[in-house]
Ligand binder design. Sequence first.
Ligand SMILES: Nc1ncnc2c1ncn2[C@@H]1O[C@H](COP(=O)(O)OP(=O)(O)OP(=O)(O)O)[C@@H](O)[C@H]1O
Ligand code: SF4
Ligand SMILES: [Mg+2]
Length: 339
Amino acid sequence: MAGSGTAHLRGDQALLSVEDLVVEYPTSAGTVQAVSKISFDVLPGETLGIVGESGCGKSTTGRAVLRLDRVTAGRIRFGDDWIEKADEKAMRVLRRDMQMIFQDPVSSLNPRRSVKDIVVEGMSVAGAPKADRAATSAQVLDSVGLAPERYSDVLPRALSGGQAQRVAIARALALSPRLLICDEPVSALDVSVQAQILNLIEELKAEFDLTVVFIAHDLGVVRTVSDKVMVMYLGKVCEFGDSVQVYDNPSHPYTRALLDSVPLTDPDKGFAGPALEGDVPSPLSPPSGCRFRTRCPNAQDRCATTEPEVREVRPGQYAACHFPLLPVSDATTSLTKQL
Ligand SMILES: Nc1ncnc2c1ncn2[C@@H]1O[C@H](COP(=O)(O)OP(=O)(O)OP(=O)(O)O)[C@@H](O)[C@H]1O
Ligand code: SF4
Ligand SMILES: [Mg+2]
């Protein structure tokens, strides 16, 4: 395994492998350290959930994988190809296999094009014959639950948020991708519609044999859909592992704090634990050592001087912490199960 903090990578069998990815944005105020040497991988057919507070680098990570954002350093392997330096022409071909759907479906759809044209725009760019495009459009619209005879000629403004997200998903599927990156795909939707879209993604995953990266700040959503979960804080990986294991027995204080910050299902009971205090420090000048140390209830001197590497703290569970948490008691486990 290359570099530091890559102990959780699973080798050649992964469809997507990201090693020591760094994404920095030069700005007039200084260099924004959006993603700082993170590593993760996703096996074929797996769903990896990426969670963390706003600004921790989730979208930047997703965009960097598709090379929609700059890659300052690090390596990205998709299938057999190392793509971190692939040119735009090569990426245009690769992106047929790696599709992304976004938080705001309406703004991601061209307002002047009909649903059927939007759905096959990637096929048009690739020069697919008209008859193939029409057949694929009808097929993928049907797969996402939109009757083609009713919706093909509709413009995006006539769609609800949930329907627009279905069109965006159909557009991604039209190219038969192997990897689908979903960046907060349900955050902008009503709660009732959220469940429908999550169920749809689950069904399509099996039907289209997809591997999924699912980005969300909602822990409940990530838990529902993910096999593995990666928790990020201020551009770093805090914890990585099997999602049930991480949610039931978090080993990183930040994961614990995130779980504690979730409102309980009964609103009168407030939150699961003490609120996460303080603001996230600026990515222009992150804290030395462990980036979570300014908010961590367990911080000690070493946390300010030495950066913790991602290491296996329990079988299959990895954390970047000098003092990982012990497994929680059965009583606390049953509390997190209510979330
Ligand atoms: N083009 C850019 N120029 C400068 N800074 C940027 C740029 N894009 C993102 N950032 C900064 O990089 C950091 C990571 O942003 P990112 O959008 O990846 O976070 P996120 O985890 O997706 O947050 P959210 O949950 O709000 O979507 C943030 O501090 C953000 O302000
Ligand atoms: S390394 Fe130290 S500051 Fe960071 S999470 Fe662990 S205990 Fe907290
Ligand atoms: Mg984002």
